[in-house]
Write a protein that binds this ligand. Sequence first.
Ligand SMILES: NC(=O)c1ccc[n+]([C@@H]2O[C@H](COP(=O)([O-])OP(=O)(O)OC[C@H]3O[C@@H](n4cnc5c(N)ncnc54)[C@H](OP(=O)(O)O)[C@@H]3O)[C@@H](O)[C@H]2O)c1
Length: 255
Amino acid sequence: MTETIDLDKALYPDLSERRVVIAGGTGDVGEGLVRAWLKTGAHVVVPSRSEGKVGEFRQALSDIGTPETLSFAVGDYTGFDAAQRMAERITAEHGPVTDVVASIGGWWQGKPLWEISEQDWQRYFVGMTTAHVATARAWSPRLPRTGTYQLILGGSAVAPVPGASIISMQQAGLLMMRRVLSEEAGERHRVAAQILGPVVTRARRRIDPDWVTNEEVGLVSAGIAARPEATGEDYISHDKTQMLGTLRGLGLYPQ
Ligand SMILES: NC(=O)c1ccc[n+]([C@@H]2O[C@H](COP(=O)([O-])OP(=O)(O)OC[C@H]3O[C@@H](n4cnc5c(N)ncnc54)[C@H](OP(=O)(O)O)[C@@H]3O)[C@@H](O)[C@H]2O)c1
């Protein structure tokens, strides 16, 4: 039976002392991350490569008005130098950042491995992994001991999706990045990932009741930040039942 999750019953942590950067925050999953973190009282900063994307995103958030605790930083952040400049700029404009959630990405599917084009490879493997590595590289040295670096990943990180070789390899590589970063960051800051099945977002035309929602993903992310012992772990929520277990395990939903 499909579980239901009523976020009106959720136990949002108080993160009003925190400042989070949500890279990819204008995206489909990013929207839920931004909404959930805003509910915790945290200051949320979303970098975006385009003013137009920020405008569309503000429109998507129009039901919550224009929260004072939401800021944008328009500019590139997807190359090594660009990510460093963005991190310096956000820190200078807003002050120290405690948490970073990387929800950078997008989906590609449609051809077997032997038919993929170099253009698609460069865009979906090289471009996106570079953006993730650049973001981790720029922010990891700046995070406090109590802070988190978090990655949002899909199930293709652990199970191959036929016709989506590029994304499967990219997500598997990013999962290994999470593990290496955990080892290398040690006690410097916490590191975690979420591994998700299909996510309900504003872009979806069809929705399955068993899919997790982007705001549930956001709540888990806030819960990881709030829980000092949450580190070195991949929180797996392929469907609603697993998501309920994840939320309860983090003390974010009544038993
Ligand atoms: N959507 C799902 O159902 C789903 C399910 C499971 C897991 N995930 C995972 O969640 C993460 C985010 O996915 P999403 O569906 O939210 O992605 P999305 O909406 O397509 O994009 C997320 C954001 O990434 C930023 N970005 C930075 N560099 C990029 C690049 N080279 N190419 C494209 N976008 C880039 C963009 O922000 P700016 O343009 O504002 O800079 C974009 O808004 C991915 O790791 C994905 O695997 C998604």
